[in-house]
Ligand binder design. Structure first.
Ligand code: SF4
Length: 433
């Protein structure tokens, strides 16, 4: 019996794949593979289809289930693949019964007509609550991702995510605390709060607790939680309690990833984003004034339709102006069903230009990263050990460790050098903490 869960895309998918793993283990099923897909770019979908074909060649009799945002948005596209047995939606993938129904047959022969509903994908906008799940760990990871929110009420013109995940809904504070307690009890020293639009946390909950309120309660009620990290935030939605934590809470890691997307106000307007270029700069400056060791990451799209050289220049200049270090750069990818994909072809930026702009952005990010890393030489870093010889600092830098450590432990190491995008530990510098 083999149960494989193959995950694409974001941290939320990684968390959900753990829930799927638990359901599969309890299902009593034979050989099953679940592909938890991503729909953010065409490339993500191409990779999933390629992986499905390869898996079928290597496992001719296994059951193949496809789920995740790509399956939610276009179930027929995956149901049409001869390699696929079933397509289930993003809500269905988190229900144990979705895996019970798969009554095994001796061997899978399509001609014999496998007796189950091939496509089970409900209207994701009808989902109003986040189903409670309690995982005790994330397979193969030393830092735990924890879902606190799902879906999104915004409709940025390039984004397919709301059509895959539905409207925003939050995990109640009590369940967040329970989940964190379970992860800390399993030995996790760092938890990453994840969702789709986490800064809209609580809008749907009684009393409307904000993200900052929830985190204050979490840190108070789970004293064993040493390191808390946030996934992507929206600078237009920072609440006062969150700002307070950002400024003064040592257990909140000094690393914020901002959903920036562009650095030109006209492009931001056409993307239907809720912030301006200056607001990103002001936010970073304000946070640095309160917490000088804070570093920023950012999601940026290169080559959004109608983006001129001058507009792109504004985005490129923002990397330095705001001091953005950890860049996730995406060449714009048309997503069927989004408004931006309907912008006429003559106003779309040629694919080669998108890629060239993405390259320039990545290079700008690498320059920022290089200067951050150089500034850490000689310093003592507290790292979570992700692999025996690899640690992750509070500012999210990777450290090549000078000897084997225990995965999951937190160690204090002295930095001897910065090279090729990472730090190197000085030999004989360590102390486990
Ligand atoms: S905020 Fe915008 S980019 Fe982010 S998930 Fe929602 S629609 Fe997509």
């Amino acid at each position: 019996m083999t149960h494989d869960v193959i995950t694409f895309g974001c941290r939320l998918n990684t968390y959900e794949s753990e829930v799927i793993r638990g359901h599969l283990a309890a299902s009593g099923q034979g050989d099953v593979a679940v592909f938890n897909t991503c729909a953010v770019t065409k490339e993500a979908e191409r990779q999933a289809r390629q992986a499905i074909r390869k898996y079928r060649r290597e496992h001719p009799d296994a059951k193949i289930i496809v789920t995740g945002c790509a399956a939610q948005v276009a179930p027929e596209r995956y149901a049409a693949l001869p390699e696929v047995d079933q397509v289930i939606g993003n809500a269905e993938k988190l229900k144990g019964e979705s895996y019970i129904a798969l009554t095994p047959t001796p061997s899978r022969t399509r001609e014999r007509g496998y007796e189950t509903e091939r496509v089970k994908v409900n209207d994701v906008f009808s989902v109003e609550e986040t189903a409670a799940h309690l995982i005790t760990g994330i397979e193969g990871r030393a830092r735990a991702f924890m879902q606190v929110q799902n879906g999104c009420n915004h409709r940025c013109t390039f984004c397919i995510i709301p059509y895959g995940r539905g409207n925003s809904r939050s995990v109640p504070v009590g369940e967040v605390v329970q989940q964190a307690e379970a992860l800390v009890a399993s030995g996790y020293r760092e938890i990453v709060l994840t969702g789709v639009d986490i800064t809209s946390y609580g809008e749907d909950l009684p009393g409307k607790p904000t993200l900052g309120n929830m985190m204050q309660r979490l840190l108070k009620l789970v004293p064993g939680l040493e390191r808390l990290r946030l996934s992507s935030i929206d600078v237009a939605e920072i609440d006062p309690a969150l700002m307070e934590l950002i400024a003064y809470e040592p257990r909140l890691m000094p690393h914020l990833h901002i959903s920036v997307q562009a650095g030109d106000d006209m492009i931001l307007k056409r993307m239907k984003r809720r912030h301006t270029r200056q607001q990103v700069i002001d936010f970073c400056e304000r946070v640095r004034a309160l917490r000088p060791d804070m570093v920023f990451g950012a999601d940026i799209i290169a080559g959004f339709p109608t983006e001129s050289e001058a507009m792109f220049g504004n985005t490129l200049a923002l990397v330095e102006a705001a001091g953005l270090t950890w860049l996730h750069v995406f060449p714009y990818s048309e997503r069927e069903g989004t408004p931006a994909a309907n912008i006429p072809a003559d106003r779309q930026v040629p694919v080669a230009v998108r890629k060239a702009r993405a390259k320039l952005l990545r290079e700008a990010g690498e320059r920022q990263l290089a200067s951050l890393l150089v500034s850490r030489v000689g310093k003592i870093e507290r790292v979570v050990v992700e692999k025996p010889r690899v640690g992750r600092t509070e500012q999210f830098a990777l450290v090549e460790l000078a000897r084997d450590y225990t995965v999951g432990e937190v160690a204090e190491v002295k930095v001897a050098e910065a090279a090729e995008g990472r730090l190197l530990e000085a030999p004989f510098s360590c102390a486990a903490v």
